[in-house]
Ligand binder design. Structure first.
Ligand SMILES: Nc1ncnc2c1ncn2[C@@H]1O[C@H](COP(=O)(O)OP(=O)(O)OP(=O)(O)O)[C@@H](O)[C@H]1O
Ligand SMILES: [Mg+2]
Length: 287
């Protein structure tokens, strides 16, 4: 059993299981235990060497909605939870944030956009990581003009937004990486772009650079309707995760994704906590 589940079970033994049905508050009450569980494994490999797995469209994305892999299932769980959170409210903009590089924000953002699009919803995926812009790599697309040019006033977002036909969503690339990303992200143009996009799309999924070292994701959080925080089991250090939670304290945290978890997404514990979704490690990465 993973340390996360062990911690959840311990928390329940100590404080008693939440009276059904569990709420978002139950998730937050479980957080301290959860955070303790997220201490990096003692024998964690070197940060960059650990990410040996290179995703490709064939086995990373939920391709047709009938995909039975644990990864595809975990994104359906996350989609269900976001749909439940939204209900009938006009909440469309979801920021995918995490503490440090390599937690899995971009993987989560792309797969969530794909999984939302499988319902027929109109989905816009925005690469707002103006420091690195990782989505085009993951989608094996050529770098293109995008958000940076829009925020600099050189393009209209409608002009640089692309439909990624096989995946069913539209994509606004990061564009040519600017020298002043945080300044651009706090500009009025971003607010206006997102506002206009909400009149066209059902969901807007926004990828971001790491929260702890940069201000960028905080500006984005201020414009998002909800923030999904990604942590990577055995990778995200507890102090960094704590800093992220503090940084997000005044923003609507609507989801916690435990990436690279060795637990099944349908496992009883995750299923009982409404904000949580566990994304298992991709099978080929285990070998
Ligand atoms: N669940 C997973 N199973 C296997 N590999 C994964 C998983 N999640 C992420 N990875 C791999 O880890 C690496 C980092 O993931 P990703 O680029 O999504 O992180 P990030 O948080 O966006 O990082 P950055 O802040 O640097 O942009 C990628 O090579 C990705 O394929
Ligand atoms: Mg990224």
């Amino acid at each position: 059993m993973s340390r996360i589940l062990e911690a959840l079970r311990r928390a329940e033994q100590e404080h008693g299981a939440p009276a059904a049905p569990p709420t978002a508050e139950d998730d937050l009450a479980a957080l301290p235990e959860l955070l303790r569980a997220l201490q990096p494994r003692a024998a964690a490999p070197d940060r960059f060497a650990a990410c040996h797995y290179r995703p490709s469209l064939e086995h990373l994305l939920a391709t047709d909605g009938h995909d039975r892999t644990a990864q595809a299932e975990s994104f359906r769980v996350l989609r269900f939870r976001l749909e439940a959170w939204r209900g009938r409210e006009p909440r469309k903009i979801v920021l995918i944030a995490s503490s440090i590089p390599k937690d899995g924000k971009t993987v989560v953002a792309v797969n969530l956009a794909r999984t939302l699009a499988l319902t027929g919803a109109r989905v816009l995926l925005i690469d707002a990581d103006l420091r690195k812009g990782g989505i085009h790599d993951l989608l094996e697309l050529k770098p293109d003009s995008g958000l940076a040019e829009v925020l600099q006033g050189n393009e209209r977002w409608q002009g640089v937004c692309r439909e990624v036909a096989p995946l069913g969503f539209c994509y606004l690339a990061a564009g040519r990486l600017p020298a002043n990303p945080a300044e651009l992200l706090r500009s009025q143009r971003l607010r206006q772009t997102l506002q206009e996009a909400t009149t066209i799309f059902d969901w807007i999924v926004v990828d971001s650079p790491p929260l702890v070292p940069f201000a960028d994701a905080r500006y984005l959080a201020a414009l998002a309707h909800g923030v999904v925080l990604v942590a990577r089991d055995g990778w995200t250090p507890l102090p960094e995760l704590t800093k992220s939670l503090q940084a997000l304290a005044s923003y609507p945290l609507v989801g916690l994704v435990m990436n690279d978890s060795d637990e099944e997404p349908s496992s009883g514990y995750y299923a009982r906590y409404p904000l949580m979704a566990a994304v298992p490690m991709e099978e080929s990465a285990r070998a």
